[in-house]
Design a protein around this ligand. Structure first.
Ligand SMILES: Nc1ncnc2c1ncn2[C@@H]1O[C@H](COP(=O)(O)OP(=O)(O)OP(=O)(O)O)[C@@H](O)[C@H]1O
Ligand SMILES: [Mg+2]
Length: 369
């Protein structure tokens, strides 16, 4: 091992190298490399069945490693057919979607359970602080069967955080909470994690949740990691169409590269790095379409127009019919902040924000979402 590699290892809380896992002959995780720095929150994001939980279970030691290598703070914890440090010896906090609480213990006893070797009053204080932060202090003396699913989830989270582990592994920890409560608990959890300084691997299939929680996001598809980076890198510099589409609805237009550009009904888009004459896929986020009403249309000119406008709350969604200069038309969705509800048929001008437009060779496999 050279000096550079050693330094890298020391700055890493969890490292997974070439991790591969199959159920029978069906691969669930394929050659995954992932590392988490101390105190860093990494979100494992991806559609249902892409292997997120399996990867988390391997990190936790709940699945025996089949191929690859897993280290925790530089120390090997799993090698195929070799070392397998059991979950309880990994100093890892676990909260899974179906985390079972001990039914015969109260909420407080559940949370203090893992706090061995501390005086009783300290254990109680630590547990009550976490229960307060997660809005569960009033239930300290309740038993798990008296709580709703979402309340049980919050207790499981407090129990996982209580021993201040070096690594937290959280699998959809907010999934049983309603939208408003979820926002609050998410926020509280983020602050608790950052305060404790725990390296965290958090599984979610919700891109907004990942962007809210993560320092870095690892986006998975069919067992592989497609792209790892900051939320901004994934959103603003996506490496393939799947990444663009995973973060929200997107308008897709096929075109041919001519003179280094692709013509679309909303204007030309640069594509100079693609071969001349090749097919390209242009992906335009709804917020890339800047709409202004055109009140003085020249009669002979064909204008783009509004087909339908809907208020979604924080933004308005416009269904528009875009007329290209080459006569092509396209039905597109535009998202405009606030209340903007032009009448059906309203003529419009469309300006394209090119920072939210992405071009790929159209031979790349479909977005699959
Ligand atoms: N114990 C198991 N036995 C057989 N196949 C399994 C087992 N656990 C998971 N799989 C399969 O492995 C693949 C990955 O499953 P995994 O639970 O890791 O997905 P996930 O990304 O967590 O999905 P979700 O978002 O729905 O929780 C799926 O095809 C699943 O059917
Ligand atoms: Mg899962």
């Amino acid at each position: 091992m050279d000096a550079g590699t050693t330094a890298y290892r020391q700055a890493t809380a969890l490292t997974m190298e070439g991790v591969h896992h199959s159920f029978g002959n069906q691969p669930a995780v394929r050659e995954v490399d992932l590392d988490i720095a101390p105190g860093e929150v990494v979100c494992l994001l991806g559609p249902s069945g892409c292997g997120k939980t399996t990867l988390l279970r391997i990190a936790a030691g709940l699945e025996v490693l089949q191929r690859g290598r897993v280290t925790l703070d530089g120390g090997e914890i799993a090698v195929p057919k070799g070392r397998h440090v059991p979950p309880e010896k990994r100093n890892v906090g676990l909260a899974f979607q179906d985390s079972a609480l001990f039914p015969h213990l109260t909420v407080l006893e559940n949370v203090t359970f893992g706090l061995k070797g501390q005086p009783a009053h300290q254990r109680r204080e630590r547990a009550m602080t976490l229960l307060e932060q997660l809005g569960m202090a009033a239930y300290a003396e309740s038993y798990p069967h008296m709580l709703s699913g979402g309340q049980q989830q919050r207790v499981a989270l407090a129990r996982a955080l209580a021993p201040a582990p070096q690594l937290m592994l959280l699998d959809e920890p907010f999934s049983s909470l309603d939208a408003r409560l979820r926002d609050r608990i998410r926020d509280d959890t983020l602050h608790v994690l950052k305060k404790v300084g725990a390296a965290t691997l958090l599984v979610t299939h919700d891109p907004e949740e990942a962007m809210f929680m993560a320092d870095r996001i690892a986006l998975m598809r069919e067992g592989s990691i497609v792209q790892v980076g900051t939320p901004r890198e994934l959103y603003c510099a996506p490496c393939d169409p799947f990444v663009v589409a995973f973060f929200g609805e997107v308008n897709e237009i096929q075109g041919v590269v001519r003179d280094g550009r692709v013509q679309t009904p909303v204007g030309p888009v640069e594509a100079g790095w693609l071969p001349e004459g090749s097919q390209a896929l242009v992906m335009i986020r709804p917020e890339a379409l800047r709409i202004t009403e055109h009140f003085d249309p020249a009669p002979e000119h064909r204008y783009s127009h509004v087909v339908m406008a809907k208020l979604l709350g924080r933004s308005s969604l416009l269904h528009i019919c875009a007329h290209g200069e080459d006569g092509r038309e396209a039905h597109l969705h535009a998202r405009v902040p606030g209340v903007f509800l032009p009448a059906e048929g309203q003529r419009i001008d469309i300006h394209l924000d090119l920072s939210q437009v992405f071009v790929f060779p159209s031979t790349v496999a479909g977005t699959g979402t």
